[in-house]
Design a protein around this ligand. Structure first.
Ligand SMILES: *Cc1c(COP(=O)(O)O)cnc(C)c1O
Length: 364
């Protein structure tokens, strides 16, 4: 089976370093907010070209904590995309704010700037911009848009570790970049983990307090907070895996380049090719009108595929609790019907990539 992810095929050198890191933590006697977390936070801020990094428990919390640090909550509206992991929308709801969904650009599946503009209201306070599949696009325009309308910009970078726009890392355009280190992300832990990056000392401090019961000093709770800490074990593993991220991302880009060059089939559409380095290729997504048939055909050839995402946020059953009326978002609805993610992980061999291309090209 050519799988969507294959951790067992990772270099033994990496596996060995992970084991060492785990043992180091086991023997340190320190498990929460210690040296490992501080070191990873510093390394991740460096990698992203940001001033500060605050480790948190997962990517959903990262978005929620960013919005809370920005004082966004009940009565506020936050514009985001319907084509994302539900976590994005849930994080907005957790703050008490109302998610307002803007339709996507069909060529990229990313939220469309004009569509977002149409959703502005006097209550709009922020945009959560999702770099879906790993694509960092037009981040300068989004930053200018948010500045023009005095909105906070939070980047959902859960799929875009290492992506750049105009040479500048994703996550540094907004006040916060929110990352997930869920195991299958480009930088993944061995459990749940997440982080925020920011250039604002004040925002970093607030996020640090909120992740730890609103406390920066023992027994002093200066504001509302949650328990959303990154633990030492995950931080130690992330520090090891960070050393491999650039190599792994480069391999993903190589695979994607072959797909763009070699997949030729009138029944299968690719998304718009990105500018160099602006895509982390967390996922490589194609579109096909008969998606189910294509997925079955791939499966018959031992090729796994997945759908990101089959149901847009406004068509999820829970949406009626947000709003009794679902907005019409035709581009997102169509994308949800047609999109299919094909294998694009760093451990894929050239032979496997060729097999995927061959299968896509003979599909009728
Ligand atoms: C994975 C993901 C999240 C949520 O991250 P968790 O660590 O699972 O909470 C949020 N947004 C996007 C776009 C994601 O892919």
């Amino acid at each position: 089976m050519i799988a969507m992810n294959d951790f067992k095929a990772e270099p033994s050198e990496l596996a060995h370093a992970e084991k060492e890191a785990i043992e180091r933590v086991l023997h340190s006697g320190s498990f929460i907010l210690g040296q490992e977390v501080r070191e990873f936070e510093e390394a991740w801020a460096d990698f992203c070209g940001a001033q500060y990094c605050v480790g948190v428990a997962n990517g959903t919390d990262a978005i929620e904590i960013a919005l809370r640090a920005l004082n966004i909550g009940t009565g506020d509206e936050v514009i985001t995309t319907p084509m994302t992991a539900m976590a994005t929308v849930m994080a907005i709801l957790r703050t008490g704010a109302t998610p307002v969904l803007a339709d996507i650009d069909p060529e990229t599946a990313l939220m469309d700037l004009q569509a977002a503009q149409c959703k502005l209201s006097p209550r709009t306070k922020a945009v959560v911009l999702v770099h879906l599949y790993g694509q960092a696009r037009y981040l300068d325009r989004w930053k200018a848009f948010c500045e023009q309308h005095q909105l906070a910009l939070v980047e959902d970078c859960a799929q875009s570790h290492g992506a750049r726009w105009g040479g500048r890392p994703a996550g540094t355009f907004g006040t916060f970049g929110a990352f997930s280190f869920y195991p299958t992300k480009n930088l993944g832990a061995k459990g749940d983990a997440g982080a925020l990056i920011t250039d604002s000392a004040e925002m970093a401090e607030r996020a640090r307090a909120i992740r730890n019961y609103g406390s920066l000093r023992r027994n002093e709770h200066r504001e509302f907070g949650v328990n959303s800490r990154l633990d030492e074990m995950q931080a130690a593993i992330l520090s090891v895996r960070l050393q491999w991220l650039s190599r792994f991302n480069a391999r993903r880009a190589e695979i994607a380049a072959r797909y763009f060059k070699e997949v030729r089939n009138p029944h299968i559409q690719l998304l718009s090719p990105p500018s160099p380095n602006s895509h982390a290729y967390h996922l490589f997504v194609v579109r096909c009108e008969e998606r189910r048939r294509l997925a079955e055909f791939l499966k018959s050839r031992e090729i796994e595929s997945l759908i990101h995402y089959p149901i847009p946020a406004h068509q999820q059953p829970f949406w009626k609790e947000v709003d009794e009326a679902a907005p019409a978002l035709p581009n997102a609805e169509r994308h949800a019907r047609e999109c299919l993610s094909i294998p694009c992980h760093p451990q894929l061999t050239e032979t496997a990539v060729s097999a995927v291309i061959q299968a896509l090209n003979v599909y009728r």
